[in-house]
Design a protein around this ligand. Structure first.
Ligand code: NAI
Ligand code: MG
Length: 398
């Protein structure tokens, strides 16, 4: 097989530490690849006024596969404040480079698996009958529509006249907001398309079928958000009926789902949702399996074969400058395994996952989060494994 080129985008803060270690692990596992560095993140916003420079887009277009660490994002005003002096009068507005990447390449399928690792001290436990303690085995894969909905970026404060006029044609708007001055109104839209909705639903059902999950749960709010959530559920019914009759279709509301999270998380298989609810429900499930140190994700476009693989955590700036990095690399490592699956290096992915699982189950090497410590720079002197040491332990198991 020809050698791959992977676009490595460390981004900001702890992104670099977890990505460097993951690449070291991939090398050790025998994954043959060249890595080119893609610039992304806060530094490039400050110095160039663009956190996602065109050259990075070009690299991804060319090589198709990206591994991404994490970036720092800040609100509009703070972003402007930190912009380099000579760029300040250019009318630049900060927007998230991750969202930019998703939208530029139509990475509309976001997949976030959450499964319990045996022996992880962070596993969710609950009371069972009598005075028993149960540790339910969670094995859920969340499919989140990644480019539309509430994160689609179509929003205004003090909306322009024609937008306002259009809103005034809706009787609910007239009734609830018609007397509010336009300047006081902010609007964030939630747009779902049939194309985007079909793609995420099909990806979810296909995954359920391929990996033997018995159910697909649409987690939205169709009883209230009738047009968008309602459309998604109706389309799911149709797809299930026509093409996946062997898979059960369940329907939960996002709010109720968050409550059931701790009651019966083991009952769910594949979950599919729009952009924001998918974000929420995936963080919720991630909390049951160890939190941000374990939560991985893939975002891809099945047609173009372009995919970017990243942990769901951010840049954790308060830990970024520690002399020895203390953060857990497993979320990034598992994201790299999703990359390997995507490019059909399934055996290698399985081998790395097995090594990770063994290290966790043995419990000799644990990062600070697994030891429930506060993340100070001292934790490595107090028995917690550093990022490097955890990676070493996984490599040793390969
Ligand atoms: P965060 O995920 O960076 O950190 C929150 C806390 O989670 C940390 O303080 C740390 O205690 C823990 N944590 C995160 N990653 C960990 C790891 N690998 N191992 C162990 N513990 C870990 O979220 P926060 O603090 O809300 O945001 C920091 C910056 O990151 C912000 O600028 C935010 O906009 C950005 N962000 C970027 C994301 C991305 O690049 N995809 C996602 C989320 C936030
Ligand atoms: Mg999130």
């Amino acid at each position: 097989m020809s050698k791959r080129t992977i676009v490595a985008m460390p981004g900001d803060g702890i992104g670099k530490a977890v990505l460097d270690e993951t690449i070291r692990l991939l090398d050790a596992a025998g994954f043959e690849a060249d890595y080119v560095e893609g610039d992304i993140g806060w530094e490039f916003w400050k110095s160039e006024g663009n956190p996602l420079p065109e050259r990075t887009i070009d690299l991804i277009k060319k090589h198709k596969i990206g591994l991404f660490g994490a970036i720092t994002s800040k609100p509009k005003d703070a972003a402007f404040e930190e912009l380099s002096q000579e760029l300040k009068n250019k009318g630049l507005v900060y927007s998230s480079p991750i969202v930019g990447l998703r939208q530029h390449f139509g990475l509309d399928i976001c997949m976030r698996p959450c499964h319990t690792y045996k022996g992880n001290p962070l596993n969710f436990i609950r009371r069972g009958p009598g005075n028993t303690i149960e540790e339910p085995a969670v094995d859920v894969v969340i499919f989140r529509q990644n480019t539309e909905g509430l994160y689609g970026g179509v929003e205004w404060s003090n909306p322009p006249g024609d937008v306002y006029d259009a809103l005034m044609t809706h009787n609910k708007f007239v009734k609830n907001f018609g007397n509010t001055p336009k300047e006081e109104i902010s609007v964030s839209t939630r747009i779902f398309t049939k194309t985007g909705t079909t793609r995420i639903l099909r990806a979810a059902f296909e995954h359920a079928k391929k990996y033997g999950y018995k159910s697909v749960t649409v987690c939205e709010k169709p009883n209230v958000i009738r047009e968008t959530s309602g459309m998604m559920f109706k389309m799911a019914e149709q797809i299930q009926r026509n093409d996946f009759p062997e898979i059960q279709l369940w329907n939960t509301n996002i709010d109720a789902q968050m409550m059931w999270l701790t009651k019966n998380p083991e009952d769910y298989g594949v979950i599919v949702a729009g952009n924001m609810f998918g974000d929420i429900v995936s963080d919720g499930f991630a909390g049951l399996i160890g939190g941000l140190g374990f939560a991985c994700s893939a975002q891809f476009n099945p047609e173009t074969g372009i995919g970017v693989f990243e942990p769901t955590h951010g840049s954790a700036p308060k830990y970024a400058d520690y002399e020895t990095s203390i953060v857990n690399p497993i979320a990034m490592v598992e994201s790299a395994c999703m990359m390997l699956d995507f490019i059909e290096e399934n055996d290698m992915a399985a081998r790395i996952r097995k090594a990770v699982a063994e290290v966790i189950e043995e419990g000799h090497v644990r990062t600070y989060d697994m030891m429930k410590m506060r993340g100070t720079a001292q934790v490595v002197n107090e028995g917690a494994a550093s990022t490097v040491k955890m990676t070493d332990a996984i490599i040793a198991k390969l």
